[in-house]
Design a protein around this ligand. Sequence first.
Ligand code: SF4
Length: 242
Amino acid sequence: MPRSFVQEARRPVGRRRDRIRPIIERLAEEHADAKIALEFGNPLELLISVMLSAQTTDVNVNRVTKTLFRKYRRPEDYLAVAREELEQDVYATGFFRQKSKSIQGAAHVLLHEFGGEVPHTVDELLRLPGVARKTANVVAAELGNPQGIVVDTHVRRLSQRLGLTRQEDPVKIERDLVKLVPRADWGRFPHLLIWHGRRICDARRPLCEACVVADLCPAARVWTGLPPGGTIEAPPTPRRGR
Ligand code: SF4
């Protein structure tokens, strides 16, 4: 079980329903450039990139797919090579055996059940071998059809610190978030938390003093060391143009 951040959310700062809108608005202003970091040119490349991104960095995936996508353009191409060849081609992303097996399995189902096209719904995406809920959510959201909220390590940590959930399990966290976050924001919400997590709300050393949602965050006290009853100042003016 990864480290929990639920206990850090100690300071009462109001109802979740009242805080969610300003949290989204401020983070959207602060991280106007927040978007998926994987590079892809079509739905198939998106699917393969997300499948390869398990247990590695987006930068590493982009480095591999730059070459990979010149060689493999259609589902048929992934099936036209021996498993060992594909393993070599995705080796640098780690877990290359399992990933190659999943990619070829997914390519097979795409061809035989979806006419060679990547489906747009989570339920259909989940029928592809090696595609779990997180991958399906990411792909559906990027294809303009978010049907849930992607919960990765950053989304989990920030949702817990911001007091939006007290759950530990990603599926249960997602269940809390979809009840809270307006549907129109399901696609961008994870990106906002991911980018805020990378830039400000680090797991070990969050920069609460520089955080635009500090006054809305029940975990801020832990890091700012305010005395009991102390208040957190209104957030600094959001930084723009980053
Ligand atoms: S940086 Fe601090 S105040 Fe901001 S979300 Fe993280 S824990 Fe809360």
